[in-house]
Design a protein around this ligand. Structure first.
Ligand SMILES: [Zn+2]
Ligand SMILES: [Zn+2]
Length: 427
């Protein structure tokens, strides 16, 4: 899947740097940026350590231990561990009264073998930080370190959420954002807003990609079983050939998007696996298909399920087969609160420069940050981590994926400023 990002300012509807900023706010922003610059070597070291020791979803034992140790060393008021398995939640109370704001980073790696030759190569065969979560955890620790050193100036508190299992818990286990919410991560205190970021090599390091409203797709999973009738391959007339029926189903499902859904609604229906039959000379009595649906709004999401069921039942009935359809709801649309985005973009522009905050195109990849946004307004933005000159262009979830570590500094200075600016605006 290719995700295109436009740097075209015509598409960018946010106002330029915005209202006047007080001299004290400007001084604070510069102080935060300087602190992030000074942390460069620490950030790189931390990220390389996480990168060399990747841990799968719900198995982030070492990572979470290091995170909790660091938060305690920064003097955090509360550090809760074992939240939703290996999650860590730290609360930093500022020296001035004010509300709470939250920030979230994910910590898990993927079952992908690292194939690139880098000095910080994964030490665990078959497991790799191929989605940049090592960078997210590092940036959030950078933000924690910077802000803990200037807590007296912070008007309110900041909840640092380090989340396990964003890539999805292993089968039969709970995990990720929904479990964190269930275990009360957004309570006591309840944050007024939540922020998060994701690296992307489609945007150059040093830049930030933002999108107001729906930004990433909802993802649902489905399992289809077609029941035909086994027969001798030479006597198809006495059987019901589920392979032929499956072939027709696969094709028909693809026409839902092109013929039954509004052209302007992004939809993807992918059949990822298809298994059936057991011999070349036997008519298969059963075929199983697995797949995923990606949609950008709730109406289309619901409509896709209805049309899929209707199509499959219709075809199977025509040929005398029956069908079982199991659709499991996955993550919801990442929906960035427009007011929060509008109010946050000016500080981002001040920190990295007007031309370095660009509009990100919507993506069909899902992200479980969306669950937090169901509870409090949230803004999930994209942290540029690509660098063509250094050859850092591989997409996430590939064995060649890497990030330009310069993004760790940019990410830390932007997020630290975004959080303090948010609290400042509530005064
Ligand atoms: Zn991922
Ligand atoms: Zn990710």
């Amino acid at each position: 899947m290719k995700h295109v990002v436009f740097a075209c300012s015509l598409l960018f509807s946010f106002s330029m740097s915005g209202a006047e900023v007080s001299p004290s706010a400007t001084a604070r922003e510069q102080k935060i940026s300087a602190a992030a610059e000074n942390l460069r070597s620490t950030l790189i070291q931390t990220r390389r350590d996480f990168h060399m020791h990747p841990e799968l979803s719900n198995r982030e034992e070492r990572t979470s231990r290091i995170v909790a140790e660091k938060l305690r060393s920064f003097g955090f008021d509360e550090v809760k561990t074992n939240v939703a398995k290996y999650g860590v939640v730290g609360l930093l109370k500022g020296g001035k009264p004010g509300p709470c704001v939250a920030v979230r980073a994910d910590m898990d790696a993927l079952p992908i073998n690292e194939t690139i030759d880098i000095p910080y190569k994964s030490q665990t065969p078959g497991v790799k930080h191929a989605c940049g979560h090592d960078g997210h955890t590092t940036v959030q620790l950078g933000v924690a370190e910077i802000l803990s050193k200037m807590r007296e100036e912070i008007p309110g508190s900041i909840k640092f959420i380090f989340q396990p299992a964003e890539e999805g818990p292993p089968a039969g286990e709970e995990g990720g954002a929904p479990l964190m919410i269930k275990e009360g991560v957004l309570d006591n205190p309840r944050p007024l807003a939540i922020f998060g970021l994701h690296t992307t090599t489609e945007i150059d390091a040093g830049k930030i990609g933002v999108r107001s409203g729906p930004a990433q797709a909802a993802s649902d999973m489905f399992d289809i079983t077609i029941h035909g009738k086994w027969a001798h391959a030479a006597h198809p007339e006495v059987g019901v050939d589920s392979v032929v029926i499956a072939a027709e189903c696969v094709t028909a499902l693809q026409t839902i998007k092109s013929r039954r859904i509004d052209t302007f609604q992004p939809v993807i229906l992918t059949i990822g696996t298809i298994h059936g039959g057991n011999r070349r000379n036997v008519i298969a009595g059963e075929v199983k298909l697995e797949g995923t649906i990606r949609t950008f709004n709730e109406d289309t999401r619901k409509r896709m399920k209805e049309l899929m069921t209707q199509t499959l039942e219709g075809i199977c009935k025509t040929y005398g087969a029956t069908v079982e359809i199991k659709i499991e709801e996955g993550t919801m649309v990442v929906n960035n609160d427009p007011k929060l985005v509008e109010d946050t973009v000016p500080v981002m522009r001040r920190v990295v420069g007007d031309t370095n905050v660009i509009t990100a195109e919507p993506r069909m990849g899902a992200e479980d940050f969306s669950y937090f946004q169901q509870v409090v307004p949230g803004f999930y933005y994209r942290l540029g981590s690509g660098n063509k000159a250094k050859g850092i262009t591989a997409d996430a979830h590939t064995p060649e994926f890497d990030i330009d570590e310069e993004c760790l500094v940019t990410g830390s200075k932007v997020m630290a400023n975004v959080l303090v600016d948010f609290l400042d605006r509530q005064k």
